[in-house]
Design a protein around this ligand. Structure first.
Ligand code: ACO
Length: 429
């Protein structure tokens, strides 16, 4: 028998179906709540609301597990590649050898951006934050590639998705090069996806560039860890924007905007800045005290998560990757790494953090790692965005194929003025 939820309002009974997913908590289907009761639900921050059906990523927050299309994300991080994961997220299955060849070659044919896009960059002030540039240039892709913006055309949808996977790293590298005044570096399709990105960021025309294999492997893993995370703020933003039928480039650009915030993709930059500010293990107790003080807005950046109430599985892989990269650059005893290790140790034993189930999240170690690889902190969120583009486009496609999809339109609990008469300015004091 199908399960039902009973709601009593003013002594009147209402029943709502309970739907079960393949794993995870059941959901009460309240889509007919307003039409049957005249009430809305109130759920600021969507803490108890499933906004859609999805088959892409599953997170078990209590156990600290994450799966992409059913595959453990940490296993993918250790055995797969970012590009293969992007294929998996988009298609739902891992590629056969033949499919892999077709896909990886197709991505290579899209790595360059329209030459005129360079001029677009010139409009920005030197020193602009790479994310400030990216939020605009990604949206501008719709002006450069109008032949793939018909959302109702399956082939155009596929081309625009491949274009984004291929071109976003090029744009991210250009945004960085522009911000530091160096010439843009064209893609090199003899390199793999992540190696190519590293050379576009770090190579200069005056010198030969050799990709550091440890860095390339570490960054590829970091991309996999950031590729998707179900209905987070930026993904939900992309879905909401796309629900109006706007083209994919414009939809994905809203993900960049949402991701930039310090409580979301900007946290890795904030976490590193915090560790640098602490600077010495002796100062940790002072910062722990501040994090616990209700009257102090300070939070331990890189700690806590809306869904994970256990150690973030991405943070575990990230911690190991961090050690590998620091060893490669001869900074195994780095002072900031010591601060991070000690801070984590103290916080994991502290009653406040234990009781609130606040564990390190992926951002806690990613900043130190990226910094050791030579990325400035202003690039951290851009790197996250390169990876998350794979998730955003997969969600965008899923939303289009969902026959239940309607334009997103949340309601509100109105607390403003009741209707009142207008007094013309001439009649006011
Ligand atoms: N340091 C100190 N206290 C914290 C922290 C923290 N990092 N995170 C949460 N808390 C406290 C809150 O003050 C709150 O306390 P209260 O119940 O006494 O009011 C309680 O723990 C619950 O926290 P909320 O902020 O209500 O949890 P929410 O799910 O809304 O927020 C978030 C999650 C935004 C990640 C939060 O933990 C945070 O701000 N962390 C720091 C920023 C960060 O690392 N963000 C990256 C997230 S992962 C990602 O986007 C890739």
């Amino acid at each position: 028998m199908s399960k039902k939820a009973k709601l009593i309002i003013d002594n009147k009974d209402y029943e709502f179906p309970i739907l079960g997913g393949s794993v995870g908590p059941d959901v009460v289907d309240i889509s007919k709540l307003y039409s049957s009761t005249g009430n809305f639900t109130f759920d600021p921050g969507f803490t108890s609301t499933a906004s859609c059906e999805s088959s892409i990523t599953y997170i078990d927050g209590e156990k600290g597990e994450c799966f992409y299309r059913g595959y453990p994300m940490d296993e993918l991080a250790n055995k797969s590649s970012f590009l293969e994961v992007a294929y998996l997220l988009w298609n739902g299955e891992l590629p056969t050898k033949e499919e892999w060849f077709e896909y990886s070659e197709a991505i290579k044919t899209h790595t360059m951006v329209h030459e005129q896009m360079k001029k677009f960059f010139d409009g920005f002030r030197r020193g602009s934050h790479p994310m400030a540039i990216l939020t605009s240039v990604v949206a501008a892709l719709s002006a450069f590639y109008p032949d793939s913006i018909d959302v109702n055309d399956l082939q155009q949808r596929q081309i625009s998705a491949r274009r984004m996977i291929a071109k976003v790293p090029t744009l991210a590298a250009m945004a960085y090069k522009y911000s530091i005044g160096q010439p843009f570096i064209y893609p090199d399709n003899s390199l793999d996806y992540t190696e190519n990105f590293l050379q576009m960021v770090f190579a200069v025309p005056a010198e030969k560039y050799k990709v550091n294999k440890v860095f390339a492997k570490a960054l590829d893993k970091i991309f996999i860890l950031h590729a998707d995370h179900e209905q987070n703020a930026s993904t939900s933003t992309v879905r909401l924007a796309a629900s109006s039928g706007v083209n994919p480039f414009a939809s994905i650009s809203t993900g960049f905007t949402s991701l930039w915030g310090p409580l979301h993709g900007g946290a890795n930059e904030a976490a590193l800045n915090m560790l640098l500010e602490i600077g010495d293990v002796k100062k940790i107790p002072e910062y722990i005290k501040r994090a616990k003080d209700k009257d102090d807005p300070f939070k331990l950046m890189g700690f806590g998560h809306r869904v994970y109430k256990n150690y973030d599985p991405r943070a575990k892989v990230m911690q190991k990757t961090c050690h590998e990269v620091l060893e490669e650059v001869g900074k195994k005893d780095d002072k900031i790494l010591q601060v991070a290790i000690e801070l984590e140790k103290i916080a994991l034993q502290d009653e406040y953090f234990v009781e609130k189930k606040l564990y390190p999240n992926i951002d806690f170690y990613s900043g130190i790692t990226l910094n050791a690889m030579g990325f400035p902190s202003t690039m951290f969120t851009a790197l996250f965005a390169v990876a998350r583009t794979a998730g955003w486009i997969a969600h965008w496609k899923e939303m289009y194929l969902d026959t239940k999809n309607r334009i997103g339109r949340p309601r509100q609990l109105y607390m403003g003025e009741k209707p009142r008469p207008f007094t013309e300015l001439k009649d006011r004091n």
